[in-house]
Each structure stands twice: as structure tokens, then as C-alpha cells.
Design a protein around this ligand. Structure first.
Ligand code: GBH
Length: 473
């Protein structure tokens, strides 16, 4: 391998997963159902009718999986904790057996020299809370604060880095404004209140974690991407700005500026001004790091009256919206059809830095690509395009660092192939290939490449490993 450019001192290399996408064991040991357990039973909701009921069975195979992560040499492993595993109906006494799983996982990671970085909520709301209104209700934010306190009480002696929620924007827009993800409410702009209550949950979670121990490091993982206008026509520029607000700033300004980016956003929230001010004070609590998940940029135009936008992109924006996303020009696309645009990552990191004078240190908490990898006759998974993708995105981060953005880490999405939400199992993001029939794990070429990148950094040695532990090892 070419010598890898040296990363800033202390820069952390990691990989990420999320509970519903990997764990399976959907009803094991007292776990309650989540909104994804319900959503995936709806005909047509997920490609091929697939679900995360078994997923990659990480709940039962975590020791083998941690073995792979250890051989990879990761500094950090980001995973999520399933709220309904900890509290089957979302409130009340914890399910000790559910918490035991995370206890064992954390101990295994620490024994392997990997820092655990759990996310407390990655979209799998306890179904019982959804039946009481879910994120449309303030009470869900308070329930989250109590859940956070329970988890930190159990794991906080060994876990010191916490991510409150994953991608409030995507959960709000895909799950509440549209119907692509659970809970599929299709509320349009009426969904923004679900975003506000997740932001409030974040604030209450930060408070609970700091109350447990002020030395904890707390952050959030948010999707961000640059939005360009299809032309310089004023109506396109205006459409792009509205889209930018709705997909990016409406979910970050409250945290990093203590306010909503535009009156029209705040005016859509059924929260009185005094309450809103109080909420924003909590939401804007200082963070130790700000996590950015980046996949692709967007291009937006004002809707052309005669143009049919259906099927133009994977997600259809309902008619009548004042903006229309259009395909981004790109020399290359992943097998998911998403454009490969590493320069968009440099750009959004610079944009965040410019927008927020008090931006905390940034960690890129997700970056990666789906390719439809196969194991060849020699048992090898050749994924040169994923290597090129991750390489280009890591270098894009270094470009942002060179221009003064304080980025402290980079996590690949994902450590393992897993359940890709509404797209099911066709889309493979892993460094480790998983055969869904046999649950056999096979390290891809990108795994070996990433291991070399990590090992090339000062202070890290390639771990002696390289052997694949047995499933029950
Ligand atoms: C993340 O969401 C999630 O945190 C993670 O769980 C997930 O597995 C991972 O990304 C990969 O998807 O061009 O119209 O098709 C990312 C949110 C939303 C980013 C959809 C890409 C494509 C929109 N994604 N978007 S479109």
C-alpha cells in the first residue's frame, strides 16, 4: 500500500452500525417491539418484504464480530442501543437481560482495546410509545431522558463517549413527513414537531448524561450535505435555500445556534413562544463533539410546471412542495445509485465551520457506500470501488482539516453488511461481507485496506490477528 497521509495527532478511525440493522433477536430476552418491527410487516414497505427480525444476528454473534473489529484495529466502534430492548414499552423498569447484552458487548470491546461509542437512539422507537403518539408528543422526549439515564447508570462506569440521537432530520423527514421509513406518517410540514421533540430529547439526554458524570463526552450524529441550486435563477436559488433549511439547518441551528433558522420553521411548531425559548436553551447545551454523517450532495430546482418528477430520485417529494430535488451530476455512482462526491464532504464541513462560530470538534460519524459485493470462488470479496470511495472521503476530510476545520475522527458506515432500512439486504455497506443465508462473515478487500490505513498511523500497530474467529469463539 502507498504510505497513507498522516492524520492529525489523536485523529480516531472507527466504524459504525445500528441496533435494528444488525442485532436481529427482535423478541429475545424480553425485548419489546419497535416501530421498525411493525413497519417491516406492512406489505410493500421494504424491498422483497425483508426485515431486521434476524438481520446479521449480531445479538448472538457479537463475540465473533468484535473479533473482526479487533483485527481491524479500530480506535472507536459506534453502535446503537435498542430502546425497546432496555425498556420494552419505552418507560418504567429496565429489562435487565436486555441491558446485559450491552454490558457484554462493551466489555468485549474494551478487552479488544476498542473505545465503545454508543448511540442511544437510531430510529427504533418502542412501539408502545408510538401508540401514544411517538415523537409528535413531548412526553416521548421526557421518556427518552429517563431511558438515557438508565443506560448511563448501567454502562457509564466503562463508556465515556455518548451519541444521543442519529439523524433527526432523516427520521423526521423520511419517517414523519414522508412514508419511506417507520412510522410512515406522511405528515408533510406537520412533521416538524417530531423533529422538535427529538431535539428536546437530545437536550434532555445531554442533561441526563452530564448529571451522571460531568466527565462524559457527549455528541449527536446528524446527516449533513451541501445543497446547490440547479441554476442561478432567483426561483431556483430560493428553492435550494428552503431545501437547505428543511434538510440541514432546521436540525442543527437549534443545537448550535439556540434558534430555528427561519420564522417559517418555528411558526410551524405547535409550541408557545415561552416554551420554545425554554426548549431551545436546553437543546443548545454545549457538546463535546458534533457528529456528521455524509453520503451525497443535493441539487434542487423550483418545480417546473410541466415536468414529471416521479421516479427522478429514489425518494419522491410530494407534489405541491416548493422545491424539487434533481439528480446531481457525477462521474460515478455507487450500486445504490448515489453519486460519488467526496468534495461535498469537504464543502459541508467548511460550511458548518463557517456557519457556527462555536462548532464543537467534528467527528464524521458515518461515511461509506453500497456495492453489491459477492464472495468469489476463492472466498475473496474484491471491492476496489469501496476502497476508492472511503479513501477519497477520508482525504476529503483532510482537505477540510487543512482549511482549518477541527475534525477529530472518521467512522466508516458500516463495519458489517446489514439491513439497509427500506432497501433491505440488497445494499451492502460493510467492510465485512455477511451471507444472509448462512451468517458467514467474510472480510472484504476494503477491510484489509482499512486495517493498513489504521496501522500506518503513529501509535497503532497492526494487531497480530488476521484469523477469523469461529462463530462461537
Ligand atoms: C444513514 O442515513 C443512516 O444513519 C444509516 O442507518 C444508513 O444505513 C446509512 O445512512 C446508509 O443509508 O438520492 O433520494 O435516494 C442516511 C440517509 C437518506 C442518505 C437517503 C442518502 C438518498 C436520497 N440517507 N439519501 S435519494
Amino acid at each position: 500500500m502507498q504510505p497513507y497521509p498522516q492524520l492529525p495527532p489523536g485523529f480516531r478511525l472507527g466504524a459504525s452500525t445500528a441496533a435494528y440493522q444488525v442485532e436481529g433477536a427482535w423478541d429475545a430476552d424480553g425485548k419489546g417491539p419497535s416501530i421498525w418491527d411493525e413497519f417491516t410487516t406492512r406489505p410493500g414497505a421494504v424491498r422483497h418484504g425483508e426485515s431486521g427480525r434476524v438481520a446479521i444476528d449480531h445479538y448472538h454473534r457479537f463475540r465473533e464480530d468484535v473479533g473482526h473489529l479487533a483485527d481491524l484495529g479500530l480506535d472507536d466502534y459506534r453502535f446503537s442501543i435498542s430502546w425497546p430492548r432496555v425498556q420494552p414499552t419505552g418507560t418504567g423498569e429496565p429489562n435487565g437481560t436486555g441491558l446485559d447484552f450491552y454490558d457484554r458487548l462493551v466489555d468485549a470491546l474494551l478487552a479488544a482495546g476498542i473505545r465503545p461509542v454508543p448511540t442511544l437512539y437510531h430510529w427504533d422507537l418502542p412501539l408502545a410509545l408510538q401508540e401514544r403518539g411517538g415523537w409528535l408528543e413531548r412526553s416521548t422526549a421526557h421518556a427518552f431522558g429517563e431511558y438515557a439515564a438508565l443506560v448511563v447508570a448501567r454502562l457509564g462506569d466503562r463508556v465515556h463517549d455518548w451519541i444521543t440521537l442519529n439523524e433527526i432530520s432523516v427520521h423526521t423527514l423520511y419517517g414523519h413527513a414522508l412514508t419511506d421509513h417507520a412510522p410512515a406518517l406522511g405528515l408533510g410540514f406537520g412533521a416538524l414537531v417530531a423533529g422538535h421533540h427529538q431535539l428536546l430529547a437530545h437536550g434532555l439526554g445531554v442533561r441526563a448524561i452530564r448529571e451522571a458524570d460531568p466527565a462524559h463526552r457527549v455528541g449527536i450524529a446528524q446527516q449533513h450535505f451541501p445543497v446547490t441550486a440547479a441554476s442561478d435563477a432567483p426561483e431556483d436559488l430560493e428553492a435550494a435555500e428552503m431545501f437547505r433549511v428543511l434538510t440541514n439547518w432546521a436540525f442543527s441551528d437549534p443545537i448550535l445556534h439556540g434558534r430555528y433558522p427561519a420564522d417559517w420553521v418555528a411558526d410551524l411548531l405547535p409550541v408557545d413562544p415561552a416554551q420554545l425559548a425554554e426548549d431551545l436553551a436546553l437543546i443548545a447545551a454545549p457538546l463535546d463533539f458534533y457528529g456528521v454523517n455524509y453520503y451525497e450532495p443535493s441539487c434542487v430546482e423550483a418545480p417546473r410546471p410541466d415536468k414529471d418528477y416521479s421516479g427522478v430520485l429514489e425518494v419522491d417529494v410530494p407534489e405541491g412542495m416548493p422545491f424539487s430535488p434533481v439528480p446531481v451530476e457525477a462521474a460515478e455512482r455507487t450500486d445504490f445509485g448515489w453519486p460519488v462526491a467526496p468534495e461535498g464532504l469537504t464543502q459541508i464541513l467548511r460550511d458548518l465551520d463557517a456557519r457556527y462560530p462555536d462548532l464543537p470538534p467534528v467527528v464524521v460519524t458515518e461515511s461509506g457506500a453500497s456495492y453489491h459485493d459477492v464472495v468469489d470462488e476463492d472466498g475473496r470479496v474484491a471491492d476496489p470501488r469501496r476502497i476508492a470511495y472511503v479513501d477519497a472521503h477520508l482525504r476529503a476530510v483532510l482537505d477540510a482539516v487543512d482549511s482549518g476545520v477541527d475534525v477529530r475522527g472518521f467512522y466508516v458506515w458500516s463495519a458489517f453488511d446489514n439491513f439497509e432500512w427500506a432497501a433491505g439486504y440488497d445494499e451492502r455497506f460493510g467492510l465485512v461481507h455477511v451471507d444472509l443465508g448462512t451468517q458467514v462473515r467474510t472480510r472484504k478487500d476494503s477491510f484489509a485496506w482499512y486495517r493498513e490505513v489504521i496501522a500506518s498511523q503513529p501509535g497503532r500497530q497492526a494487531r497480530a490477528g488476521g484469523s477469523t474467529p469461529t462463530p462461537d469463539g
